[in-house]
Design a protein. Structure first.
Length: 546
């Protein structure tokens, strides 16, 4: 199955409840432009009897042969669907046992066919037995099928009953029942221990939950979105279109590279089903252009990355290049140095007062360039020391000095903690003051650089006067975040066991920053509303080398 992406077409599938001739149907939906077909593997009305004779001993094939399609088609073009009559959590013992056997049979046949995905509907909060059987199946055998759990954004009983054709659909004003179906999903994936092969296929109905809950849904591992044809309106030319609220969700699903599944009959008789696909493709081509952050993070949205350790390791050129593409950070540094120079050097001294500026951790020179641009902008004189411990990056700095900077800049190939400066600095500039994760160990580095400063000192960004200030500066509070800045990624402090919270709950977390002279690490624990274990004791799982 194709996966959509920026600049590529949307991947769409056709959902059918019954497929008499699988090869012909697959050819027909492909001709309409669909990329895959969602279909039950067994006849939806064939309730196999696995408990009672003589039915359970009935001879003959239970479903159609796998030879109707070639292996490649099964592997790439078919998404299986669970038979709708299966109720593994039924209170009736016979029905439950029969459903269990049928579910195992369908899961095994799905694995036998090598399907890329198998869709299982979640109809209510009682799903423990379903989760148990699915998890047992995942942990046995060597199949690689993904399991799409289809869940409606709103429970059927919470949607409006009297829909007026072509009425502009509005989001639910009362969010009291909004989270009902999300709770179904959360219970199910918790029972399945957050298994990575269990993903979400959201069913988007005519009614939509609150924006807050939509944000919550879109934080889940969504692989597909099911679009009933009944949610489409008709425009003046007779084509299917979506309401503005639905369009907003679709745009956000494009960013997640979700696949779309169309279900239901064609409700625009003058058009065929191609018109639905064409409309979705139209939305895809006209979606808002990705910003710099989205371009930068493309492909890494759902992946954890090990933080760089530039103090312990020498970074590669490509890593510096990525940092330097940040459109915000270096312009902010330039502005800060510019204002600093205007503040420190009065206009009458602009020709005689030469400020000494030290760039600690110069990398490939972006801060040096920003500082020199600031001096030119302020019409002030500057003498710069570019201190960098990475000998490979120093090669770049020396070339900058030879080609551009000249004698205005002195390149120092040395660890700042070991350097003996020939003079005191008026200004220190460093970008070691990174994210809260502090993988660059700015306190250890910059605290040792305090002796470089004159008595009347200033640093940009300022030396960490206390760790709480650094914590605040790191962008923990959304209102202090610099829009568009992407070179400081947030850090994840994971909890071994998830903690459920309600609106208005207070959460207390204790952090410890530990140092044994060779490495630095964090330890943390939640203390309210419940206590968690202390994570990463003695740097068991992660440390930052000094």
């Amino acid at each position: 199955m194709a996966s959509g992406g920026a600049g590529s077409r949307v991947s769409c599938g056709r959902d059918l409840s019954c497929v008499p001739e699988v090869a012909d149907t697959l050819a027909a939906v492909a001709k309409l432009g669909f990329d895959f077909l969602c279909m039950p593997l067994f006849h939806p009305r064939f309730r196999r009897e696995n408990e009672l004779d003589p039915s359970k001993s009935r001879p003959g094939a239970q479903t159609r042969s796998d030879l109707l399609l070639c292996g490649r088609d099964w592997n790439t073009l078919i998404v299986g669907k669970l038979s709708p009559w299966i109720e593994t959590d039924s209170e009736l013992t016979t029905e439950r046992r029969n459903s269990e056997a049928a579910l195992v049979q369908e899961l095994n046949f799905c694995a036998y066919l090598g399907l890329p995905a198998f869709m299982i509907p979640l109809r209510g909060p009682h799903c423990a037995n379903l989760a148990r059987i699915l998890l047992n199946h995942i942990h046995t055998g060597h199949h690689s099928c993904m399991f799409w759990i289809s869940v409606p954004l709103l429970a059927p009983e919470d949607t409006r009953e009297d829909l007026i054709e072509n009425e502009s659909f509005k989001q639910m004003e009362d969010g009291s029942n909004d989270e009902k179906t999300w709770a179904w999903w959360h219970s199910f994936r918790t029972l399945c221990d957050y298994n990575k092969r269990i993903c979400l296929a959201i069913e988007i109905g005519a009614d939509l939950p609150s924006d807050t809950l939509i944000d919550k849904w879109l934080g889940e591992p969504i692989k597909a979105a099911i679009l009933p044809t009944s949610i489409f309106l008709t425009n003046k030319k007779g084509f299917p279109v979506l309401s503005k609220a639905h369009q907003r969700i679709i745009f956000r699903l494009f960013k997640l590279e979700a696949q779309f599944i169309f279900t239901g009959e064609n409700r625009h008789n003058e058009k065929d089903l191609r018109s639905y696909l064409q409309y979705l493709e139209y939305l895809n081509q006209n979606r808002p252009a990705p910003n710099a952050y989205e371009h930068f993070a493309k492909g890494y949205e759902d992946y954890l990355q090990s933080p760089l350790q530039p103090l312990m390791d020498n970074l590669e050129s490509q890593t510096y290049e990525v940092f330097e593409k940040d459109p915000i950070k270096y312009s902010q540094y330039q502005q800060a140095v510019y204002r600093c120079l205007l503040d420190r050097v009065p206009e009458e001294q602009m020709e005689t007062n030469v400020q000494v500026l030290m760039v600690l951790g110069a990398g490939r020179g972006p801060l040096v360039n920003a500082s020199l641009r600031a001096a030119k902008q302020a019409k002030r004189k500057l003498r710069v020391y570019a201190v960098e411990k990475n000998p490979n990056a120093v090669v770049t700095l020396e070339n900058w000095k030879f080609e551009e900077w000249g004698d205005q800049v002195t390149v120092v190939s040395c660890d700042m903690r070991e350097w003996t400066a020939p003079e005191k600095a008026d200004i220190i500039v460093s970008e070691l003051l990174g994210s809260f994760g502090d993988n660059e160990l700015s306190p250890e580095c910059l605290d040792g650089a305090q002796h470089f400063l004159k008595v009347l000192k200033l640093s940009v960004l300022s030396i960490v006067s206390c760790f709480v200030w650094h914590f605040h500066l790191a962008g923990i509070k959304p209102e202090t975040h610099s829009p568009g800045m992407f070179s400081w990624f947030p850090i994840l402090f994971p909890l071994k066991q998830p903690i459920s919270l309600s609106c208005g709950d207070n959460v207390s977390v204790r952090f410890w920053r530990c140092n044994n002279g060779k490495k630095v690490w964090y330890e943390w624990a939640v203390t309210e509303p419940v206590c968690s274990a202390i994570h990463n004791p003695a740097g068991r799982s992660y440390t930052i080398g000094l």
